[in-house]
Design a protein around this ligand. Sequence first.
Ligand SMILES: *Cc1c(COP(=O)(O)O)cnc(C)c1O
Length: 374
Amino acid sequence: MTKIETQAIHAGFTPDAATGAVSPPIHLSTTFERAADGSYPLGYHYSREANPNRTALEATLAQLEGGHAAAAFGSGSVATMTLLQALAPGDHVLTSGDLYHGVRKMLTEIFALWGLESTFVDMTNNAEIEEYLQANTRLILFETPTNPRLRVTDIAAVVAMAKAVEALVAVDNTIATPLNQRPLELGADIVIHATTKYLNGHSDVLGGALVTREPSELWDRIKMIQHIGGAVPSPFDCWLTLRGLQTFPYRVRAHNENALKVAQFLSDHPNVERVYYPGLPDDPGHAVAAQQMSDFGAVVSAQVKGDAAAALAVAERVRVFTRATSFGGAHSFIEHRASIEGEGTPTPQNLLRLSVGLENADDLIADLDAALRG
Ligand SMILES: *Cc1c(COP(=O)(O)O)cnc(C)c1O
């Protein structure tokens, strides 16, 4: 088996058979010709079902996560939505109280009406997870580390609990990426990605993916919903994401390094109340993270001393960081998370979320220092 850097470049790649082009052509065609006997000798017949650019992207994503197959979608959100659509009314989803706010809304405002039950628990607490498992729990769904509080769930422990009740485990690996964390190798059934973030890595394509560890009934339903619903990325989006993927292991390694420096700097800063980063030895998630991750990613959150206004003032003063939502791109972003998540958010009002980019860490640290000092 080749290593991840080689997979990122080679998995979805063969020089174009017709021209020898090394950068693959973008297949915009929605439909493909039948042979005289009515068959499809080249395997493609309609782009909602399969398209050569998407096939290449899905093959690459499956290989990078060490999975059996992948399904690519038009956003990270619709990837999770498809997973939930593959369940049935009366099924129960056990998930985390600290969850991407869009997924929380999906469960409470869309799927609850369609008869899917969900419970939000503290996924850092194994006893609590066990307590809330039900006879009809079909899926345990969580991110680790979470967004924006970087809380860590013990993947292998949850897999063991899920097995006991025959539930499936889906791990959102968007923040960690397959360079830093390998959920399928720890026994998870499905990995979820917003490829929008590190895998594409340039803040210019919205995309998502599901990757399965093995063939299953659930996977057949997911592929059926992808085909019937067509919430798929365009050929150009697939092409761009594959281009971004070629450098993903190197980018993420540099993101990791910069993030640790920024987190260390923030944790020593007099105007910072608390830092959330599982790479810091005193972070509550560090012990589990050190066990199941090879490095800790590049989303760092910090509570500044003071209230929401103090946090917003810091975000106002940065010059190198850009005030923007999202993460995973080359540019560093800063965001007052509670404003985005809106009323009722559990995110502290003085919390800033940083997406530590690929600029020089010294410049990022100088920028934050000046902004924190006012
Ligand atoms: C960004 C993100 C999503 C949503 O992805 P989109 O591509 O914006 O729909 C879902 N889950 C996590 C963990 C994310 O970071």
